[in-house]
Design a protein around this ligand. Structure first.
Ligand code: PEP
Ligand code: MG
Length: 585
């Protein structure tokens, strides 16, 4: 028996035999010289292969429309745009003429360099976009080389799909009834593969590095996509426990979905708001399915990270308007560009900072590029007429930054007025509280903010001095550290004293072990991965506010994260014995 931990990319538990799908390895690319007179025929070969690839992508698009949603189908629309990109075609034609190499080589060289450039980014989100380039170029290459991939469309039995890097089109084409879970060496929570897996409710654990080497075809594999665990050939005891956990999960999930229409209200009538976090506009379509009352965090930087997607005002306007329209008047909180640190935009930002996490990132970057910032603000303002928009600024560390950002927003409004461009006059503007300095001056920031959204991913990183991406010190990133809990209390209290609401949009918002504690601290809004909403709602509907306040009081008196953890876990197992059992597996 072997156990592995990866990224929990799509929740759920499955136990099945493994199917290894490794045929997406790059084939050997032939390379040879051609005569000038052959250029035309090589070019025609490319056009034919490209046309066939466009047809395939069109079919996948239609399939996605039928089986998933128009928004998920947009992935294939963007693949088609890449295939039909005239600049890309020009580049291929120029290189073909200049290098006098065969078309397979020229095509591979250009697309491979583009994917490599994205892969080299320190930012996982860029690396994930490289998967789309690979998907598209492999499709054309397969046609050029007359390769037919092994089909995942009609599988004979239920399987756990094990792959190095499954492509979004593979997920769409595969037999979804037979594939019970996906495990991958590559990938992250925000890759399109992960997004599709979540849309199809297929559990997935990604980013396992070398899982393909640890699993043989036919091995029994347990995949727990909720916690990110994979067990290969479990012993009898582990198998039994996993089966029980799986049964629990299915039973609870059905119940959870029934909660969709019910309010997020404690037994004694205290109402809070549950919203979803999204990274790309297409995700907005799914969130109502889980009962999201709005979008609490739209990470707008994803627009800037997707290759082939311009960051022009019009592109942004369309993306923001789309989310607002889909949400039909429910609040949509759009965060301005949060690039830098671990999310660098290539050709746009410095890559040689000594301390990027303490460097030129988020609001600091936007304030130093006012024209870029204003372009985003104008796009936001113009789209605001399509729904109920809230804007928030990331990584605010003091009142000067907030005031500067607000004054640039005023300039953007003036520019819109000058051009007779309408915008809503009801837009709320909030601050993300993710830096200790902001937490300590929350009372001051609250004077100029319409709301707070606590970014615990960063707040924990900065208050405990733990790089959130560094595996060696990750054990120190404890949300239950007394420093974090005290910060949370201070932020929420300061917000309430000034009459504004405090939300939380870090991963902690979707962690059901923290729900009662956060309620007790007075949190008004929880924003999380949409799939987590039903579970969090169930906890909220199963507690009384008074009990939660007492829990928070006791937690605030604890002297170590260990004490807080023991306290909260004991409380949870007392109030929700079966949930706790499920989580602890
Ligand atoms: C956070 O820091 O908690 C947050 C929500 O922002 P991000 O994870 O995008 O940095
Ligand atoms: Mg953050």
């Amino acid at each position: 028996m072997k156990k592995f931990t990866g990224i929990p990319a799509s929740p759920g538990i499955a136990i099945e035999k493994a199917l290894l799908y490794l045929e997406d390895d790059v084939p050997e690319i032939p390379r040879y010289s051609i005569q000038k007179s052959q250029v035309e025929s090589e070019w025609k070969r490319f056009l034919t292969a490209n046309h066939q690839a466009v047809e395939e992508v069109r079919d996948l698009y239609e399939q996605a429309l039928r089986e998933v949603s128009s928004e998920q189908a947009a992935i294939f629309q963007s693949h088609r745009m890449m295939l039909e990109d005239t600049d890309f075609h020009e580049q291929i034609k120029d290189q073909l003429n200049e290098s006098l190499q065969n078309i397979e080589w020229v095509f591979w060289d250009i697309s491979h360099k583009l994917a490599q450039c994205l892969m080299a980014s320190p930012d996982a989100q860029f690396r994930e976009r490289a998967a789309d380039i690979s998907d598209v170029s492999r499709r054309v290459m397969n046609r050029l080389l007359s390769i037919n991939k092994r089909s995942l469309a009609d599988l004979k039995s239920d399987v756990i799909l094990v792959s190095h890097d499954l492509l979004p089109s593979d997920v769409l084409a595969m037999d979804k009834k037979r594939v019970k879970a996906i495990v991958m060496d590559a990938g992250g929570r925000t890759s399109h593969t992960a997004i599709l897996a979540r849309a199809f409710a297929i559990p997935a654990v990604l980013g396992l590095s070398s899982i393909t080497r640890a699993i043989d075809e036919g091995d029994t594999v347990v995949v727990n996509g909720t916690v990110g665990e994979v067990i290969v050939n479990p012993d009898t005891q582990n198998l039994g426990q996993s089966q029980q956990a799986m049964d629990h999960y299915h039973k609870y999930f059905d119940e959870f979905l029934e909660l969709r229409e019910l309010p997020a209200e404690t037994k004694d009538g205290h109402r809070v708001c549950l919203k979803a976090n999204i990274e790309i506009p297409e995700e907005a379509d799914q969130v109502a399915r889980y009962g999201a009352e709005g979008i609490g965090l739209y990470r707008s930087e994803f627009l800037f990270l997707t290759p082939g997607q311009a960051i022009a005002e019009e592109e942004q306007y369309r993306a923001y308007s789309h989310v607002l329209k889909v949400m039909e008047g429910r609040p949509v909180t759009i965060r301005t560009l949060d690039s830098g640190g671990d999310k660098l935009i290539p050709n746009f930002q410095l890559t040689d900072e000594k301390n990027p996490l303490l460097g030129w990132r988020a609001i600091r970057f936007s304030l130093s590029r006012p024209e870029l910032f204003k372009t985003q603000l104008r796009a936001l303002l113009r789209s605001s007429v399509n729904g109920n928009m809230r804007i928030m600024f990331p990584l605010i560390s003091g009142i000067e930054e907030l005031e500067q950002a607000l004054s640039i927003l005023e300039e953007a409004k003036a520019e819109c007025r000058k051009k007779n461009q309408a915008y809503s006059d009801a837009i709320e503007v909030g601050s993300m509280i993710e830096v200790p300095a902001a937490a300590m001056t929350a009372d001051i920031l609250a004077e100029r903010s319409d709301f707070f959204s606590i970014g615990t991913n960063d707040l924990i990183q900065y208050s405990l001095a733990v790089d959130r991406g560094n595996e060696r010190v990750n054990y120190l990133a404890q949300p239950s550290h007394p420093a974090v809990i005290r910060f949370l209390q201070k932020i929420i209290q300061s917000a309430h004293e000034k009459g504004i609401k405090a939300g939380l949009c870090g991963e902690l918002a979707g962690d059901t072990t923290a729900t009662a504690l956060l309620l007790g601290l007075g949190l008004d809004e929880f924003s999380m991965t949409a799939q987590s909403i039903p579970q969090v709602k169930r906890i909220i509907r199963g507690v009384e506010m008074e009990q939660c306040r007492l829990l928070a009081e006791r937690a605030l008196q604890c002297s170590s994260y260990h004490h807080v953890t023991v306290l909260v876990e004991a409380w949870m197992s007392e109030h929700f014995p079966s949930d706790y059992e499920l989580r602890s597996r």
